[in-house]
Design a protein around this ligand. Structure first.
Ligand code: AMP
Length: 184
């Protein structure tokens, strides 16, 4: 199964990704974590991404796509994967489809965790990452509306969008998702 999980900062993407990957026995590809690791270890990609991550801005597409390609060519992801944090713009969604076509793969579901802005803010503030200050979180929510929400219009008509109420407790959210995935 090939999946992507979408949602604002604090929507529960990481939590759901972990549950779903465990249940479906597929690897999670967490873009934010990959970027933070690259920044911490001072790689070339990390150095290029750092100024954007620091401000809560999106890292330019051309920096990310090469990384996604390399990751999806690794042997552990040949039977399926869940992308967490990619795509994040309509352009990335399109670019991902081109990449997958090239690799002879297909995305089944883009799972959208639909959560109100108030809940996004409250949940994000409870985390204690360096890039989770109120100002940065507000900016990330704004960026989410401007850049990520248009992705829904890309996936919906293609029959790939799974719109899930993410305000519910985590167990119920994963059950709602699995009900659809398993029914297929
Ligand atoms: P996350 O942990 O997924 O919230 O990501 C943390 C930060 O990494 C974001 O605020 C962005 O700066 C950057 N980032 C993660 N995924 C992407 C993406 N698909 N496109 C651009 N920037 C990204």
């Amino acid at each position: 199964m090939k999946l992507a999980i979408l949602g604002g900062p604090g929507a529960g993407k990481g939590t759901q990704a972990k549950i779903l990957c465990g249940y479906l026995e597929i690897p999670c590809v967490d873009m934010g974590q990959i970027l933070r690791r690259a920044i911490a270890s001072g790689t070339e990609l990390g150095r290029q991404a750092e100024p954007y991550v620091e401000k809560g801005e999106l890292v330019p597409d051309e920096i990310l796509i090469q990384f996604v390609r390399d990751r999806l060519l690794e042997p552990d992801v040949s039977n399926g994967w869940l992308l967490d944090g990619y795509p994040r713009t309509a352009f990335q969604a399109e670019e991902l489809d081109f990449l997958l076509e090239d690799l002879g793969q297909k995305l089944r579901w883009a799972i959208y965790l639909n959560v109100s802005d108030d809940v996004l803010m409250t949940r994000s503030l409870k985390r204690s990452r360096a890039d989770d200050t109120p100002q940065i979180i507000r900016r990330r929510i704004e960026v989410f509306h401007q850049r990520t929400v248009p992705i829904l219009e890309y996936y919906e008509p293609r029959g790939h969008l799974l719109d899930i109420n993410g305000d519910h407790p985590p167990e119920q959210v994963s059950q709602d998702i699995l009900d659809v995935l398993v029914r297929q």
